[in-house]
Write a protein that binds this ligand. Structure first.
Ligand code: SF4
Ligand SMILES: [Zn+2]
Ligand SMILES: [Zn+2]
Length: 294
């Protein structure tokens, strides 16, 4: 397979473009799509990147270093999930070292007294729901306390479309409101702006970018994961996408437009009585789960 631009060996075929790409031209394609998010929404300043050690967050971190108006700050949460968390931290550090950045680490046990397995032992709720909430809270809080302009996460096009279909399948429409590449800050609730730089890039494109740019990542599954329902949906979507190459992008564009038309006026936020961060209840879920309220 030859690159459609220069004739060198190609590393990937992008079906919706009907083109093959060599390492260099694929990098240009990939960063061009990251740039679409960065430029369209005017993302600049200090961007804190949540680095888990997985391929998407490490790729997101490296990709953002190519934009001059962005200062990248890597951030990792040690969740205390035994060897899995130790390995995640080690790999996240290596990914940062590879591009000359220091990793900022928040240790959940040290700072708040409990690991994710300890929290899990005390509750019936699904652990991933709680873990996700804790990560979102801590990313926002850390970025807010440090005065960063954005929190960036490695969600890609495949993740976004699959998780939206999963929410639709469960008649759960609240997260629809977050379905766009950038969420504006809400200073009155200490909510830092969020950006998903890989929003227009598929799973496979992120993997090939990571592999061809020597980005360190690991693909071990978390031992607490009970198998994500979105994985099946992703397979189904990727199959559809191989037959109709623009369908995934078109789903995402449609979801964004629906999101823009949704009425969000009735969304009531207040400040947590305990920590002061945004919540819909008197005391936020983070403070309740970690028993922080007195
Ligand atoms: S799989 Fe679940 S428990 Fe494990 S890190 Fe992810 S969200 Fe947390
Ligand atoms: Zn080429
Ligand atoms: Zn709180």
């Amino acid at each position: 397979m030859e690159c459609s631009n220069c004739g060198k060996d190609a590393v990937i075929r992008i079906n919706w473009k009907e083109k093959n790409y060599c390492v260099n031209h694929f990098k240009r394609y990939f960063l061009g799509h990251v740039g679409k998010v960065i430029n369209k929404y005017g993302v600049s300043g200090r961007v804190m990147v949540a680095v888990s050690g997985g391929k998407d967050s490490s790729t997101c971190l490296e990709a953002l270093t190519h934009f001059e108006n962005i200062e990248v700050v890597p951030f990792h949460i040690n969740l205390g999930i035994d060897e899995y968390s130790e390995k995640s931290l080690e790999v996240a550090r290596q990914a940062c070292e590879g591009i000359g950045l220091d990793l900022n680490v928040l240790d959940l046990k040290e700072k708040y007294g409990k690991t994710i397995p300890e929290i899990n032992d005390q509750r019936d709720a699904k652990v991933c729901g709680i873990c996700g909430m804790i990560k979102r809270y801590l990313m926002n809080r850390y970025a807010d306390e440090k005065g960063y302009d954005y929190v960036a996460t490695g969600h890609n096009l495949s993740d976004e479309v699959a998780s939206t279909f999963n929410n639709l399948a469960n008649v759960y429409l609240t997260p629809f409101r977050g379905l766009k590449p950038v969420l504006e800050e809400k200073k009155e609730y200490n909510l830092v702006a969020r950006v998903k730089p890989l929003y227009f890039l598929k799973d496979r494109e992120c993997l090939v970018y990571a592999e061809t740019n020597n980005i360190t990542f690991f693909s071990e599954e978390c031992p607490l994961s009970s198998g994500s329902p979105t994985n099946e949906l992703k397979e189904w979507l990727h199959k559809l996408d191989s037959e109709r190459p623009k369908i995934l992008r078109n789903f995402a564009k449609s979801f964004m437009r629906i999101e823009e038309r949704m009425d969000t006026d009735h969304e009531e936020l207040k400040r947590c009585d305990n920590c002061g961060y945004a919540t819909a209840t008197e005391v936020c879920r983070f403070c309740r789960v970690l028993d922080l309220s007195s």
